[in-house]
Design a protein around this ligand. Structure first.
Ligand code: SF4
Length: 169
């Protein structure tokens, strides 16, 4: 079973598209409530610790330890990645996945230390409930890798080659 805990509604960014309505006035969920929720479940395969900005919670470390008592598969959804990304360079157990939620007119940031990039469709909820989601199409070479890419390309020099990765110039 996978569970997600939004441990706080505080976030320094207050994005106008925030699906959690998080912002600088947001309150933290108290530890007891979080503990009671997590201890409700006996078999947990994955825990997502989310917010708001979960790293802002004063009991973050306690919450993280509580999660690790249940499973080693713990994911923290943070937007403080610019500040902490170096951790993944020195601690092998920390893996960074960039969850890129595409929203019209918004810039995205993908840390250069990312191990994986997930493209997510925008969900219209919270403060973003009036934002129209864009359709998301993924190129076949991204979903299946280059071995599954099978199309032909007419190069600008007139040559036909079997796929963009095998261009002959
Ligand atoms: S939780 Fe994410 S989307 Fe919401 S205000 Fe913070 S950074 Fe923005």
């Amino acid at each position: 079973m996978e569970i997600t805990v939004e441990i706080t509604q505080f976030c320094p960014y207050s994005c106008n598209y925030c699906s959690s309505n998080a912002g600088q006035e947001g309150k933290h969920l108290n530890f007891k409530t979080i503990q009671t929720f997590i201890n409700t479940f006996t078999e947990i395969d994955r825990i997502n610790v989310s917010g708001g900005e979960p790293l802002s919670h004063p009991d973050f470390w306690k919450i993280l330890c509580l999660c690790y008592e249940k499973t080693e598969n713990v994911w923290v959804y943070t937007n403080m990645i610019k500040g902490i990304k170096y951790n993944s360079d020195i601690i092998n157990d920390i893996k960074i996945e960039a969850n890129v939620c595409l929203c019209p007119g918004k810039r995205i940031y993908i840390p250069d230390t990312s191990h994986t990039v997930n493209l997510l469709p925008f969900v219209s909820q919270g403060r973003g409930k009036n934002i129209r989601p864009v359709k998301l199409y993924i190129a076949r070479s991204l979903t299946g890798g280059c071995d599954f890419c099978n199309h032909y390309l007419l190069q600008s020099d007139g040559k036909v080659v079997s796929s963009p990765c095998k261009k002959e110039y």
